[in-house]
Design a protein around this ligand. Structure first.
Ligand SMILES: *Cc1c(COP(=O)(O)O)cnc(C)c1O
Length: 385
C-alpha cells in the first residue's frame, strides 16, 4: 500500500472510504504466477474476501479461477468473465436454489461437505439428466493454530466430511449415479502463518489419496483450499505473502501422481494487503488513562477487530514529529467498535486522515449499514489522478 502522491487527492474524497492499491494487487498476483509457472497448480481466487469488480477483473485477467461460497458469488464471478469450468462452489449450507443454479451453469466442482448434501446434489442432477462433478471436502483434523473463529479443519468445526464418515461414503458411492467424485478438497482455516501446518496437511492428503485408490476411486485433482496468512503487524515491510515457501512446501511434500492437478483457493493472501480503510479524525478526547481518537469509520466498515480480535496496523497522515498513544475508536454505539488500543502514532487532530492497513480482505465485504450509516465508497489507485 503505497500512498505516495495520493494524499492530495484523498482530501477531496468523502470519508470513510476504501482505497485499493492496484499496483500492489498486480505485484501480488505476479508473485503467485511466478511460483506456479511450469507446475500443475491452479489458483482459484476465494471471492468471499473481496468482490469489488475492478479487483475481480484484474484477477480474472491474470488467469485465476474463482472459488465461490454462494449462488450470488457464482453470478458475480460469471458476470465479470470467469468461465464456469474455472469456478468451484464450496459452503457447508448450499441452498436448493444455489445447487440448481450451479448445476445449470455446469461449474467445475461442488465441494461437498456432507453425505446429505451429496444425496441432494445427486437428486437434482438426476432431474436434469446431468452428472455433477464433485470434490469431497474432508475434514483433515489439522490444527492451523489461528484464531478459533477462523479455524475450519478440526473435527469440532462444522466444515467438511469427517474422516470417520468416509467409509459410509465409499459404501453409498455406487448408488449415486449422477455424481462423479473427481477430487478431494481441504481448507484448514484462515490467516495461517505457521507454514509447517501445510506440510502436515500434505502428509494427511498423501495417505488419503492412497485410501481412495484402494477403494477404486480415481481422483483427478486435489484442492488444498486457502488460508495463507498475511503480515498484519508489518504490512509495509511484508506487503506480499510468503508464496514461495507456501507453494514450495506443497511441491516438496505432496506426493501424488503428476497427472493430478493441484488446486488452491487463496483469498486473503491475494487481496488483503492492497486495501486500506481511510478515515478521518472527528474528535480527540483525552481521558485520565486513555486518549481517544474518534474517527468517522467504524465496525460497519471493518468488523474484524470486533469479530475476532484482529490486529490492523494504523497510521496517521498528520504532518508532525510528535507522537502520542491513542485508542482509535469508531462512532458506532458498541464498545467493541474500535480499531486499535494503545497505538503510538503521529499526534493527530480533528480533520487528519488515518489509514487502517491490510483491509483488502474480509473488510468491505462484511460492511453493514448498522446505525443506518452510508456505505463507504471504493477508490482505486489507477483511477486517481
Ligand atoms: C474462506 C475460504 C477460502 C479462502 O481463505 P483465505 O484465508 O482467504 O485464503 C478458501 N476455501 C474455502 C473453502 C473457504 O471457505
Amino acid at each position: 500500500m503505497n500512498f505516495e502522491g495520493k494524499l492530495a487527492a484523498f482530501q477531496g474524497i468523502k470519508t470513510p472510504f476504501f482505497y485499493y492499491d492496484m499496483e500492489l494487487l498486480q505485484a501480488t498476483i505476479d508473485e503467485v504466477k511466478a511460483c506456479i509457472k511450469d507446475t500443475n497448480f491452479h489458483v482459484h481466487y476465494a471471492m468471499k474476501a473481496n468482490v469489488n469488480e475492478p479487483l475481480l477483473k484484474q484477477i480474472k485477467k491474470n488467469g485465476f479461477g474463482a472459488d465461490c461460497v454462494s449462488g450470488n458469488e457464482i453470478k458475480r464471478a460469471l458476470s465479470v468473465g470467469f468461465l464456469p469450468e474455472d469456478i468451484v462452489f464450496a459452503g457447508v449450507g448450499k441452498s436448493d436454489e444455489e445447487i440448481a443454479y450451479a448445476l445449470d451453469q455446469d461449474i467445475f466442482a461442488f465441494n461437498c461437505e456432507s453425505l446429505q448434501e451429496i444425496e441432494v446434489i445427486n437428486e437434482f442432477a438426476k432431474e436434469r439428466k446431468q452428472i455433477a462433478k464433485v470434490a469431497l471436502r474432508l475434514n483433515p483434523n489439522v490444527d492451523p493454530e489461528t484464531h478459533q473463529y477462523i479455524t475450519t479443519g478440526l473435527s469440532e468445526n462444522k466444515f467438511g466430511i469427517s474422516l470417520d464418515d468416509l467409509d459410509a461414503i465409499f459404501d453409498q458411492f455406487p448408488k449415486w449415479k449422477h455424481i462423479r467424485i473427481e477430487g478431494i478438497h481441504f481448507h484448514i482455516g484462515s490467516q495461517v502463518t505457521k507454514l509447517e501446518k501445510y506440510i502436515e496437511l500434505c502428509e494427511r492428503v498423501n495417505d488419503l489419496v492412497l485410501h481412495f485408490d484402494d477403494k477404486g476411486i480415481k481422483l483427478t485433482y486435489i484442492n488444498l483450499g486457502g488460508g495463507l496468512g498475511i503480515d498484519y503487524e508489518n504490512p509495509e515491510k511484508n506487503p506480499i505473502a510468503p508464496f514461495k515457501e507456501y507453494f514450495g512446501n506443497v511441491k516438496k511434500h505432496l506426493k501424488v501422481s503428476p497427472e493430478m492437478s493441484i488446486h488452491f483457493e487463496l483469498g486473503r493472501s491475494i487481496v488483503g494487503q492492497c486495501g486500506s480503510l481511510i478515515t478521518k479524525v472527528l474528535y480527540t478526547k483525552d481521558g485520565a488513562s486513555t486518549n481517544f481518537l474518534i474517527v468517522d469509520g467504524g465496525m460497519t466498515e471493518l468488523i474484524r477487530p470486533a469479530l475476532y480480535q484482529a490486529h490492523h496496523k494504523i497510521i496517521s497522515f498528520a504532518e508532525t514529529n510528535l507522537e502520542k498513544k491513542y485508542d482509535v475508536v469508531g462512532p458506532i454505539c458498541e464498545t467493541s467498535d474500535f480499531f486499535g488500543k494503545g497505538i503510538t502514532m503521529n499526534y493527530s487532530n480533528r480533520g487528519d486522515l488515518i489509514a487502517i492497513l491490510s483491509a483488502g480482505a474480509y473488510a468491505q465485504v462484511m460492511a453493514s449499514n448498522y446505525n443506518l450509516r452510508d456505505r463507504a465508497e471504493s477508490v482505486y489507485s489507477d483511477q486517481l489522478t
